[in-house]
Write a protein that binds this ligand. Sequence first.
Ligand code: GAR
Length: 199
Amino acid sequence: MPEKARVAVLISGRGSNMAALVYAAKRPDCPFEIALVASNDPDAAGLELARAEGIATFAHSHKGMKRAEFDALIDAEIRKAGADYVALAGYMRLLSPEFVGRWKGRMLNIHPSLLPKYKGLHTHERALEAGDSHGGCSVHIVTAELDDGPVLGQTQVAILPGDTADSLAARVLIAEHQLYSRTLADYVTRTAVKEAASG
Ligand code: GAR
């Protein structure tokens, strides 16, 4: 069994996608392990779950800090934890170009829409207002532009008559939890194969 890829997960709140990654990583054949869960909000609910699962955590409020300064602090913690990849999971912060550049090709994000549709916030409201037949979620590589990098995987979720943004969000979340762990697993496996081939 090759060494597992070490993933740092960044959260800002509930952390249900982080939890899905943590539980996926418990399978013996999962190609990644969670090295760190970090948050820009010391009160993020997800931190408690991570701690209970015995995962290293780091939390520091971004308030009063410059963006690049805060990102450098998080970056240092991620490196200290020996992470090879960063998975953004409900991390509601715009990232500095320096941080994005340091993790080029190694940082993934999950977004609750079928990208390139509905970048940014209020994705479910916008899908409903547009009269779309489906909402959904996407996992993509993080680049300097918000929610813009290459899409690695998507799941469509049918919109039901009478759906509200909340009811749609709840079903999309189920799809998110499955999509993220599978897409991350495929990505780290493909990257490891490429790296082995290039020596
Ligand atoms: C998820 O729906 C995630 O896709 C979304 O925030 C929620 C976080 O929930 N992310 C974004 O909107 C980022 N642009 P969670 O904390 O339970 O994983």
